[in-house]
Design a protein around this ligand. Structure first.
Ligand SMILES: Cc1cc2nc3c(=O)[nH]c(=O)nc-3n(C[C@H](O)[C@H](O)[C@H](O)COP(=O)(O)OP(=O)(O)OC[C@H]3O[C@@H](n4cnc5c(N)ncnc54)[C@H](O)[C@@H]3O)c2cc1C
Length: 485
């Protein structure tokens, strides 16, 4: 079908099912022109990190294949999104631009410019939702303000009946058939694969819509019943691992919510508790984006302004030891190596490594946030900044600063038989359970038997936990009135 097309600009909604934007374009009867734009300019310092680019490459390949199966072609271009869209409108004579809303600090301005540009050109511009269950503007406190505390926020969300059902993927699409030039995926240079630093990623992930639904189904069939307990154990596949799929919009939160409700209706009480906890985690995701929407400086500035004066330390050597998983604290090193190898880290361990960086090394949370931004396949501007601020104690509804995780006790509690540490720090594998989370306390003969030479085969601890804890608490006192402490 020829004629004036509707540009469907895919953003963080790389899926065909439950995609309101695509559905509206298809329903209009006009030819559809699917477009993806790699915009490294608008986000500035928050342009996508390395691991996310690896994911995006695979995800776009998957989306392009799904569109091709319907007879279409995904047009890929690079550049500032507004200019690229204007160019495409001029080239194709498009009558409309449809896209899914973004929530990053730069999204509102970008979308406004695009709307104004379309308006000036007499082109319809429509923005759709789908990345969240609840728009930030819809969830307001009793005094009509944004929420700063998770529990009342989640209660408000839970009090709303979600009657919408996810839409299936369109079975048939009328694509715009005129020849349009575009870049190839390789032109985007998202992941050169030489050297293949992400080789381990492919073993753990199947980016794309099909992979996302497989993960959800597997989780609901195998793990949701025990989620309440198992979600804290890094050695157990007890969580959904949906975070990168949700971040890139390969699956919508509505699809996750509806599938969970359906599973509860079918399986009943067995999974009641686990599924409710899972839903509350989905609401943490909503809360992060709610905060980001109302406090767009969340990725860079402490939510609590008194933390702007916190006496942080600058120590590039210790930062590098943390990044490489060479701190001498097994659970921290295991987490950082899991992250490097797979692009993901278990939530419990994220909290432990973040607390260690911020409180024991006293390195600014933004340094950790940036490392995660570059290395996580689920790096998400809302969840990442809100979570780092949460651990640092300077965020909204954050853990108090004086709650300092002890990595030894955390390891002994949540990785009791050290399956996680043995997997990611194999040089400690032969260590007995009693000492594996604190090898520096092991007697010489135990170290010898386990073939460990501290300082050679595995690092000695880079800091003293007690001293750094005291120093962190003293530093914290300098930014607060004594009576608040
Ligand atoms: C320092 C730090 C940084 C983090 N950075 C990110 C990030 O960049 N991107 C990201 O998606 N999550 C981040 N998280 C939150 C959390 O660790 C991950 O969402 C979770 O580990 C993903 O694994 P999962 O999909 O198996 O989670 P599940 O336990 O199966 O949870 C289901 C979904 O709920 C959401 N979710 C769960 N916990 C949180 C949370 N605390 N905050 C927001 N959403 C949550 C995720 O979308 C997740 O996929 C961070 C946490 C910490 C402590």
């Amino acid at each position: 079908m020829s004629g004036h097309p509707i540009i469907v600009w895919f953003t963080q909604d790389l899926r065909l099912s439950d995609n309101a934007c695509l559905h509206a374009a298809v329903a209009s009867g006009h030819p559809v022109l699917p477009v993806y734009i790699l915009d490294d300019i608008t986000p500035g310092e928050f342009a996508m990190g390395g691991a996310s680019r690896w994911w995006l490459h695979q995800s776009l390949a998957s989306l392009a294949a799904s569109l091709q199966a319907l007879g279409g072609r995904l047009i890929i271009r690079c550049g500032e999104a507004g200019s690229v869209l204007a160019q495409l409108v001029a080239e194709t004579g498009a009558k409309a631009v449809y896209f899914s809303r973004g929530y990053a600090p730069w999204s509102g301005g970008l979308e406004k410019n695009i709307a104004a540009q379309c308006d000036a050109a007499g082109v319809e511009c429509k923005r759709f939702s789908g990345f969240l269950l609840h728009e930030p503007e819809a969830i307001r406190t009793g005094s009509d303000g944004p929420y700063k505390v998770y529990t009342p926020f989640s209660r408000n969300c839970l009090s709303r009946e979600i009657s919408r059902q996810p839409r299936p993927a369109p079975g048939k699409v009328n694509f715009h058939t005129a020849e349009i030039t575009g870049d190839t995926l390789d032109d985007l240079d998202l992941y050169a694969g030489n050297p293949d630093w992400a080789a381990g990623f492919s073993e753990h992930w199947s980016p794309g819509e099909v992979g996302a639904h497989q993960k959800l189904t597997h989780f609901l069939e195998q793990a949701v019943g025990d989620y309440d307990q198992a979600r804290n154990l890094p050695d157990v596949p007890g969580t959904s691992r949906l975070s990168p799929h949700l971040h890139f919009g390969e699956i919508s939160p509505l699809q996750c919510w509806a599938a969970t409700s359906h599973a509860v209706a079918t399986a009943g009480k067995n999974i009641d508790r686990g599924s409710h906890t899972f839903e509350k985690e989905i609401l943490w995701r909503e809360f992060s984006h709610h905060l980001l929407h109302y406090w767009p400086t969340l990725p860079t500035e402490p939510f609590k302004p008194e933390f702007a004066d916190f006496p942080w330390l600058q120590d590039d050597e210790k930062l590098a030891s943390w990044q490489k998983g060479q701190t001498g604290f097994p659970i921290v090193d295991a987490g950082m190596r899991e992250l490097w190898t797979t692009g993901w880290m278990h939530n419990r361990v994220r909290m432990i490594v973040a607390s260690f960086l911020i409180k024991n090394l006293r390195i600014p949370w933004q340094a950790g946030e940036h490392w995660f931004w570059d290395t996580l396949v689920d790096a998400d501007i809302g969840a990442n900044s809100a979570s780092w601020q949460w651990v640092a104690g300077c965020g909204a509804d954050a853990a108090p600063y004086f709650r300092i995780f002890n990595p030894v006790l955390q390891g002994e509690k949540f990785d009791r038989h050290a399956g996680y540490v043995r997997k990611w720090v194999p040089e400690l594998a032969a260590m007995p359970d009693k000492f594996i989370h604190k090898p520096w306390q092991a007697p010489d003969d135990i170290l010898r038997k386990a073939r460990i030479k501290l300082g050679t085969t595995y690092p000695r601890p880079i800091v003293d936990l007690g001293q750094t804890r005291d120093a962190a608490l003293a530093a914290y006192k300098t930014i607060r009135k004594p009576e608040v402490v």
